[in-house]
Design a protein around this ligand. Structure first.
Ligand code: URA
Length: 234
């Protein structure tokens, strides 16, 4: 009988194979470290949950005084997301953002750079009309900015447009001047993702100060240029 020499390594190897799960070692599929693209269904259900969370907000003066929630409007798969301040009277009646005079101007501004409003996604910092059309208070802006961040992360836009000082404050913090911040690309980080963001004047402000439209036009051209350079399909 031939005596097979079993060396120490063989013993170690066979013991290793016995204690380890063979499938675990050899049959696992690679896992992509880049997360897979969110599906439309997934975005819809996350939006539904977010809307319910806002509907269930407690001790909120905005909600108490408003007639209904104004959540969002537009295409949930849009590469362009626009954030305004909060609903006005008309928005409160119809439950849709930017449907009054400021909305009409917004539509024209988008058209001027060859974008149809319904190809974008539009929301506001606060989702209930502030009483007497007042500006949302800093504590309201900070409370609702958590919802807004979740909203942005669900829509996952390629370009985020912040219209007016309230939207700027919600995403970039207070103590900034819109006249200094507007018209420049900024990176806003939400849930570890960078969003290319630009601040510009709010259409309601432009209605009150039409002489500022020339700056708004500069910003719109910057946005159009980026869409073309990055070949963003809109
Ligand atoms: N102003 C806003 O900021 N949002 C609206 O929806 C309407 C007017």
């Amino acid at each position: 009988m031939i005596k097979k020499d079993i060396n120490q390594n063989d013993i170690l190897n066979s013991e290793l194979l016995n204690i380890m799960d063979y499938d675990f070692i050899f049959h696992e599929k690679p896992i992509n470290r880049i997360k897979t693209k969110p599906t439309l269904e997934n975005s819809k259900s996350r939006l539904y949950i977010l809307k319910s969370k806002i509907e269930n907000i407690e001790n909120c003066d905005l909600k108490k005084n408003a007639s209904k929630i104004v959540f969002a409007d537009g295409n949930i798969e849009s590469p362009i997301m626009i954030v305004g301040e909060g609903p006005g009277q008309k928005e409160d009646e119809l439950g849709k953002p930017f449907v009054g005079d400021a909305g009409n101007l917004l539509n024209k501004m988008l058209k001027a750079i060859n974008i149809e409003r319904n190809k974008t996604y539009i929301t506001n910092v606060v989702n209930y009309k502030p009483p007497n059309n007042r500006k949302p208070e800093p504590n309201e802006i900070s409370r609702y900015s958590e919802f807004l961040k979740e909203h942005i992360s669900i829509i996952n836009p390629k370009i985020l447009i912040l219209m007016g000082s309230t939207a700027m404050e919600a995403m970039l913090g207070s103590n900034k001047k819109i006249s200094q911040e507007r018209g420049q690309w900024k990176e806003v980080i939400i849930k570890q993702k960078n969003y290319q963001t630009i601040v510009t004047f709010h259409p309601a402000y432009l209605l009150r100060k039409p002489d500022q439209k020339k700056f708004s036009w500069e910003d719109l051209k910057i946005i159009r240029e980026e869409i073309d350079n990055k070949n963003i399909k809109i």
